[in-house]
Design a protein around this ligand. Sequence first.
Ligand code: ATP
Ligand code: MG
Length: 437
Amino acid sequence: MRLSQYFLPLLRENPAEAQIVSHRLMLRAGMIRQSSAGIYSWLPLGLRVLAKVEQIVREEQDRSGAQEILMPTIQPADLWRESGRYDDYGAEMLRIRDRHERDMLYGPTNEEVVTAIVRDAVRSYRDLPKNLYHIQWKFRDEVRPRFGVMRGREFLMKDAYSFDIDQAGAKHSYNKMMVAYLRTFARMGLKAIPMRADTGPIGGDLSHEFQILADTGESEVYCDKAWLDADVLAADVDYDSDLEPFYREWTSRYAATDEMHDAATCPVPATELVTARGIEVGHIFYFGAKYSKPMGALASLADGSTVPLEMGSYGIGVSRLVGALIEANHDDSGIIWPEAVAPFRVGLVNLRAGDAKCVAAADDAYSKLRAAGAEVLYEDRDDSPGAKFATMDLLGLPWQLIVGPRGVAAGTLEVKNRRSGERQNLPAEAALNRLIA
Ligand code: ATP
Ligand code: MG
């Protein structure tokens, strides 16, 4: 993509309304614009990152055996009356009435809708287990939308729902999601720590929040110091094997959110305990028959008896992750994207837009990189070198390829790594090969 053609409305100044670094940088880098409080449009650069995050989430859900569906954003209130949550949910739910005076709502979560689908389609233990997920916009009328996409009112979530015939099956489904979540966040270069959590309005027996440690996190969290050095799993795991040993390993080290932590009973001595702020990027729940029972989602067993389905639900804040990734990866000059989620891999900078030789060399690099499948953002505009470097550092693409008159005369290009800051002059061909993944 040529910057001269790209829709990238950059801001030179820090926007006054943004209190935290990820919000500031997302606005300055032209990734998002606010439409109303807690509701954002995603501009081309931001949408590319959102799509990459979404794709990693999707791949790991699929790998675990979950199946993608797409449920609506607008739901009928009657389903929520069946589960008993319509009145309980409170002011966070956006309630809507259609032209026929029917009560509808903009879904804050989808337990009811998915339970109704499975109730109508599944009769027997032979049809189970199943895990269905979707990646869909949610609306929650948060009291205090803030921090940009981190606590929005409209936000993108991956939510999965598992259905089993018994508790052992449901725990296996829970464990699978535990593995999938560890893998998902590790692939994005994030250390997300599973912490015992309160189950809140979703209800249930067992729950873990996945928290990234960052100063701007909204909740206080506590964990064993050993977590700081733990290499959060990225290895492949056989999802059909017994995952209990794995579950025990990854939940044995102490980690708890504020609501669950009690200094009096905490097994970790104060000297070994880290108290930090956390950003919740995922939350998994096991809640048994909380929805299936009132809604009549049943399966018949081999002996002819009938049981309510054992369920769990599993959320990832896809749009929140974009902010969280920036909170975890930035410096004073701007964003530093991990490769896996970078909007483009390479920022190609032509330092002299008016110099025919530089233009020819940069155009040539651009077409070669693109032919090799690299995603390139090409700074081809007429601007000062200083401004171009500042823009590239702000955007935070993992690699910069710099074309200048001196290098062109010598047949070299400069490769800069955004994270390490390391710069290297290489013969043109070697420079290109370096950037072709
Ligand atoms: P929180 O405690 O942050 O309000 P929650 O417990 O209400 O989160 P869940 O219902 O478990 O959240 O939703 C699953 C995931 O969706 C959360 O882990 C979080 O990453 C994301 N999420 C929840 N609320 C918001 C929001 N208002 N804006 C952006 N992402 C959100
Ligand atoms: Mg909430």
